[in-house]
Design a protein around this ligand. Sequence first.
Ligand code: F0G
Length: 456
Amino acid sequence: MKTIIEPFRIKTVEPIKMTTPAERRTLIERAGFNLFKLPAEDVIIDLLTDSGTSAMSSAQWGALMQGDESYAGARSWYRFERAVKEIFGFEHVIPTHQGRAAERILFSVLVKPGHVVPSNTHFDTTRANIEFAGGRAVDLPAPEAADPASRAPFKGDMDVRALEALIAEVGPERIPVIMLTVTNNSGGGQPVSMANIKAVSRIARTHGIPFYIDACRFAENAWFIKQREPGYADKTPREIAREMFSYADGATMSAKKDAFANIGGFLVTNDGELAAQERDLLILTEGFPTYGGLAGRDLEAIAVGLDEVLEEDYLNYRIVSTAYVANKLDAAGVPVMLPAGGHAVYLDARRFLPHVPPLQYPGQALSVELYVEGGVRGVEIGTVMFGKDPHTGEEKPAHWDLVRLAIPRRVYTQSHMDYVVEAVAQVYQRREEIGGMRIVREPRFLRHFSAEFAWV
Ligand code: F0G
C-alpha cells in the first residue's frame, strides 16, 4: 500500500471549539497580537509546540494506574530507570521534571565563568542555562544549514572544522562540555548523521572534553539515520539510538518530546563523581533521586513512551506525515524549509512576505494572519525572538524570520493537516495585503512570550 496511515485508532476524543475569522480577529487583537496570550480553547489546530502535547497511548494510561507513589525507591522508578538504561546505556540516571531542569543541573556543575560550550545549535533554554552559569554558548551549524535551498540529508550536523578551530582558539581547558542537539530543533528540526556524532565524539575524546547529546528527539533522529545514512537500513531504531549514545559521555532529555509524556525529563552519565554532585543539586530543587520532581505515574508513562517511540510504524508515519505537510506547501508555491525536519514545518516568512522588512516582524505578521485565517497557532522564530540584545537594548534582524508549525505527536489526523495546508495557502494568496507589525510593549528578557504588537 502506498498510503501511510496513522498507526493507531482513536479511543478518546477532545472536542475542538470552532470559531470564525471575524471572531479570531477580535480574539487576537485582545491578546495584543501575541499568540502565547491566546486561551488555547480559542485555537483550532495548535502547532505552538510538539513539547508535552503528545497523545498518550492506552498502554501509557494503563501504566499510570500502576504508578507507585512511594517517596523513595518506588517500583515506578526502577521501571523508568530500566527503560532509560536499555536505550541510553548510561550507568547513572537522574530524573527531572523536564529537559531544562536537566540542563540547569548539568551546567551548574560543569560550567564556570569564562567557559565556552559549543553545539550544532543550542536550544534557547540550553543557551540560557549556560549563560546563567557564566559561560558562553556557541553555535557551530554545518554550512549546509544556512542554505535554505540545500536538500542535504543531514542539515543538523555540527561543523567539525569550526569545532576544531574553536578548541584551538579558546583551549580545551575552557570547554567543559561539547553538546550536540538531535534533531537540531533551532536549526529546522534537521537530523544529525551518525558520522557527525562519531566525528564530534572523536574530537571531544582527543581533547579530553566530555561530549553530551541533547536527546529530546533522538528517535526521530535515529529514523532519519536509518533512512538516509549508508549502512543503517537494516538496523532497528533502538540499535541506532544505542549506537548514537555509545559515542557520548552523557545526555540531557526532555521526555515531553520523544517519550510521549506530558511532563518529565532526565540526565544521564557514566561519571559517578559527577552524578553524585548532580544528585545533590537534584535534592535541593527537584526532589529525591528516585523521583526528581515527577510523580510515580509520570515515570511509568515515560517508561512506556520510550518503548513506543522506537516502533518503526510509528516513526515511519511520523516522519512521512511531517514531510507531507512541507511538500504540499512547497507544491503550492509557499516558501518552506526543505527537506522537512522531523517534528515541525518551518515557513520562511521573509520570502513569504518579502515586502515586510525584518524589523517589522514578518514572522509575527504571518503567524497572526495564519491564526485569523484558520485558527492555526504556530510560533515566530525570528526577529521578535532573537532580534534584541537584552543587555544593550540594540535591535537588529535575526538570521532568519520563520514561523514554526510544530506537530504534536499522535494528536492530529491527516485531514487536520490538509486543513492547515489550506489555511497557509489561503494566507499566501492574499500575502500582498499583509503589512508589518510594531511592538507596543515588551519586557526586557524573552520578549516573545509577552510582548504586545500593533499593525504598522
Ligand atoms: N532541548 C531542545 C532541543 C528542546 O527543543 C527543548 C524544548 C529543550 C531542550 C528543553 O526541554 O521544554 O522539557 O524543558 N523545546 C520546546 C519547543 C519547548 O517548543 O521546542 P523542556
